[in-house]
Design a protein around this ligand. Structure first.
Ligand SMILES: [Zn+2]
Length: 537
């Protein structure tokens, strides 16, 4: 019999926001909820209702969204010791949140029961059962999160199972086993999940894992293999300490390698986009080494290897990148030969014949540029502009006349200010702009954008997202060459550009200029106006 579909439970908005540097506004949380629903996850855990004004507003607003599939869950803990569920203020808040699902966390590990809750083993069981029953009586689907389940089970398997039985008696729809400290190894977790599945039936068991041992994904997959049918995790593995189990890695493994399915299965090609969208809202730089969705996940370097990958992608790639919305990339380096350039050009959208006469010239020029210190591995956009110009597919809409940067401290108490002046000809007309910023690169960037915005309003959508400087030959001291790599984003795409010069401002200028020109090239491609003639002037 084919395995039934799994339930995918996203806790990015609750456990994910425990991660260092991760914070979402109410608007972000609502946007993420819609996006996760679009992708097709089954559950979206929104946070603790009542814990802070942000989550209170979120729960008030989320009920108004028209979600097509996902069920929103409010998260909280079991009633207080010695009280009744009906009068517990926290359970009231959970009911008042009005979500179809409530996820309630309870203690498994006796150490926590006696030392942290300071109550008895029996009272803890009653707290679990009462709380679940109370929520079920209010018509909620209840997911019971068994905190520290694997540590508790190791310490006292019988008691751990009794906590689950209490939740089940209360009417819990699902028993999710949490590896809260993230220290459980794969075999231990698998064995324990199998035991719980034997005891309670597989259809109602879930796993919630953390990555403290670097195994967040591995133990989640092991839990599924052992019979769990619900998996909790976060997009991009956001979460406390080293993060939660990463759904962005779990899902392709489940679907492409373990022959499992879930409601979101058909949307797997949107995975990379989803991952980047979350990074964008969380203000995180996408990790290029992220399995499946990272920029480097299918990047090949070196002539021979790239050549082989071009012929039979399967020979060097564990899956077809398109299945997760990613693509093969060829890293152009001085190892690159004819076939790498042809493949790279193809990847960037240019058909180039391996026997084309201009190819030899292009390779010679690329080699010279690389010798001078240009590096195109992280600067696809600069390379694409070069190819587009060589192949006469693109004529810049602006010509550069000059720039000036002044750095000034206006008095002993004042801070440093940089002022940049930029002179361009845009569509043949001279444009002259001035901008101020704390640093010279920021000032140049501002002035350049200002000069182009009027003729090309799309420039306003772009922003600098990273700036890296490398001194290429440190033995030459201040006369060394400087390489600047810039990353720019328009909220959908991220592109890299490069500049090299003896002067850091000039190197930055080159990279900045490529960054905005690339956006214009993208627009040309979109509107089909590429290759137009420069206007007179
Ligand atoms: Zn957790």
């Amino acid at each position: 019999m084919k395995n039934p579909p799994l339930k995918i439970y996203d806790t990015t908005l609750r456990d994910g926001t425990q991660g260092e540097g991760i914070s979402f506004s109410v608007t972000d949380k609502l946007l993420i909820t819609e996006r996760l629903d679009q992708f097709g996850v089954d559950y979206i855990e929104g946070g603790f209702p009542g814990s802070n004004p942000r989550d209170i507003t979120f729960f008030a607003e989320v009920g108004k969204l028209k979600l097509r599939h996902a069920r929103v869950a409010a998260f909280g803990s079991t009633r207080r010791a010695g009280a009744t569920a009906a009068h517990d203020p926290q359970l009231k808040v959970l009911v008042d949140a009005g979500t179809p699902v409530v996820t309630i966390v309870g203690k498994t590990w006796l150490l926590h029961v006696t030392e942290i809750l300071r109550t008895t083993a029996e009272e803890n069981l009653a707290m679990i059962e009462d709380s679940v029953r109370h929520l079920v009586a209010h018509g909620r689907e209840v997911i019971y999160d068994a905190e520290h389940f694997f540590d508790g089970f190791k310490n006292n398997p019988d008691y751990a199972l009794r906590t689950l039985a209490a939740a089940k008696r209360g009417g819990a729809d699902n028993l999710t086993l949490c590896d809260t400290n993230g220290g459980t190894l794969v075999d231990d977790l698998k064995e324990t999940v199998a035991r719980v599945v034997r005891e309670f039936g597989g259809g109602s068991v879930g796993v919630h894992c953390h990555n403290d041992s670097g195994l967040g994904v591995a133990v989640s997959l092991a839990g599924i293999a052992a019979g769990a049918t619900l998996v909790q995790g976060t997009i991009n593995g956001y979460g406390e300490r080293t993060g939660n189990a990463n759904l962005t890695t779990i899902l392709p493994n489940l679907f492409l390698k373990m022959d499992r399915t879930a409601f979101c299965r058909p949307n797997l090609p949107q995975l990379r986009e989803l991952s980047h969208y979350l990074d964008e809202l969380a203000n995180q730089r996408p990790d290029p080494k992220e399995p499946f969705v990272g920029t480097s996940a299918f990047a090949h370097k070196g002539g021979l290897h790239a050549n082989a990958a071009q012929k039979v992608a399967r020979s060097y790639e564990h899956i077809d990148p398109a299945t997760v919305g990613n693509r093969t990339r060829v890293l152009v380096s001085d190892l690159a030969g004819r076939s790498s350039i042809v493949m790279k050009a193809k990847e960037l959208g240019f058909a180039l014949d391996e026997k084309a006469p201009e190819l030899k010239e292009i390779i010679e020029e690329l080699k010279q540029l690389e010798f001078e210190g240009h590096e195109f591995e992280a600067a696809d956009a600069s390379l694409k502009l070069l190819l587009a110009k060589w192949l006469k597919r693109h004529v810049p809409s602006f010509t550069f006349e000059g720039y000036r940067v002044i750095i000034e401290r206006r008095g002993p108490e004042s801070s440093v200010v940089a002022e940049a002046t930029v002179k361009l000809k845009v569509n043949g007309k001279p444009v002259h702009t001035v901008a101020e910023c704390v640093g010279p690169i920021g000032a140049l960037d501002k002035a350049l954008r200002l000069a182009l915005e009027k003729a090309h309003p799309v420039i306003k959508d772009t922003a600098l997202s990273d700036y890296k400087v490398r001194i290429l030959d440190s033995r030459r001291g201040t006369n060394s060459r400087t390489r600047v790599l810039i990353e720019t984003t328009d909220g959908q795409e991220i592109w890299g550009t490069v500049g090299v010069s003896d002067n850091i401002i000039e190197a930055s200028w080159e990279a900045l200029r490529d960054a905005v020109e690339y956006k214009l090239l993208l627009e040309e491609e979109k509107t089909g106006t590429g290759g137009r003639k420069p206007e007179a002037g």
